[in-house]
Design a protein around this ligand. Structure first.
Ligand SMILES: [Zn+2]
Length: 369
């Protein structure tokens, strides 16, 4: 702490090391989070709170540890199902999403696209898609009012359910946007071993015909090729495409934006011949827009600030490169109304100021401004 001096200047602070500046910037920079799953965002504190509320007893240490141990892919999906069961009604869903938004906002997220998988809620607790999506939408309405947060919902088609269920989901939900539910687009998730990506084509085509943008989880090379065949607007993961010369050529040609969730990869979330840091370098050098996200942040023990810091240190970014990554996330964000140019301009100015001085973006401004 400074011992004395003008409170409007930070000149007397000692200089920070490059690594220290990266960590501070990673948290403070205004960012768009474009790959964060609703059910993977059950924080340990929220788990403990809901557990006590629903069972009347506190969560034991063993139970708490077991909820986040990432033992296997099967366990991972079981944990997601358990999370769904804890948000048993609309009010709990809205409150839970508001807590997730608050956690993200406190780490610099100013635009959030939350990936919701309504089939999980219908299968686990009988909550219909429109009920879930209205409850999530209500949280975005409150967060917009209180925090100025933009963004909304990406509806995830569930790979397990197959093509008919995916098309049914689009048909049940596409009209909700007209009724005020902030739906930005459609994606897909779930175990990629179950149903081929291309089997979801009819559902995707229907969503596109309704005017929605499209993304989807590409967890193996075949998924990346299928996502490119379908002409998706964005691809989630997909970086393992660098292992196949033809897929890499197509990624370079289309420059399809890709979400990239490094802590999940560090923990072994996806495997490929090329490591994720090298894949980042190859794709970034090729002009493919890479957009940092958290995936299932609580299950992967991360948040967006941590993911920015992880990549910034892995590829030794300058402050300017960190700022560019944050701007890129906002450039490729989807907005409900218009193209978001005004929102971007606002946050870009804040990013430029923070890049110039991670400690205080207002340094040097006249007193009183
Ligand atoms: Zn994901």
């Amino acid at each position: 702490m400074p011992s004395s001096g003008d409170p409007n200047t930070t000149d007397e602070f000692p200089p920070m090391a490059r690594e220290e500046e990266r960590v501070v910037l990673a948290r403070r920079l205004p960012k768009a989070e474009l790959h964060m799953h609703h059910v993977g965002s059950l924080a340990p504190s929220e788990l403990a709170r809901l557990h006590r509320q629903t069972t009347g007893v506190g969560l034991s240490r063993v139970e708490a540890d077991a909820a986040y141990d990432l033992r296997s892919l099967g366990k991972f999906f079981d944990d997601l199902d358990k999370a769904v069961r804890l948000w048993g009604d609309e009010a709990l869903v809205t409150e839970g999403v508001l807590r997730m938004i608050a956690g993200a906002y406190d780490r610099g997220v100013r635009h959030l696209e939350l990936l919701c998988t309504p089939d999980l809620h219908r299968d686990e607790i009988g909550m219909e898609p429109d009920v879930l999506l209205r409850a999530v939408g209500e949280a975005f309405r409150v967060a917009g009012d209180e925090l100025g947060l933009t963004g909304g919902i990406i509806i995830e088609l569930h790979r397990f359910g197959g093509p008919r269920a995916a098309l049914d989901l689009v048909e049940q939900t596409a009209a909700l946007r007209e009724k005020g539910v902030p739906i930005l687009g459609y994606g897909n998730d779930g175990d990629h071993h179950t149903v081929p990506f291309e089997a979801l084509a009819p559902a995707y085509e229907r969503a596109r015909a309704e005017g929605y943008r499209l993304t989807g989880h590409a967890d193996v090379i075949e998924d990346v090729a299928a996502a490119l065949d379908l002409g998706l607007d964005r691809i989630d993961h997909g970086w393992m495409g660098v292992d196949d010369p033809d897929v890499l050529r197509r990624l370079r040609a289309t420059r399809t934006p890709m979400t990239f969730t490094p802590t999940a990869y560090a923990l072994g979330g996806l495997v490929s011949r090329t490591g994720y840091v090298d894949a980042w370098r190859i794709l970034d050098d090729s002009g493919v827009p890479l957009l940092l996200g958290t995936d299932d942040p609580e299950l992967f023990h991360t948040d967006l600030a941590q993911d920015y810091a992880l990549m910034a240190n892995a590829v030794q970014w300058s402050n300017e490169q960190l700022g560019a990554a944050a701007k890129r996330s906002l450039e490729h964000a989807w907005f409900l109304d218009g193209d978001g140019a005004e929102v971007r301009a606002h946050w870009f100015a804040e990013i430029d100021a923070l890049v110039a001085d991670p400690r205080s973006p207002h340094r040097g401004r006249p007193t009183g401004c």
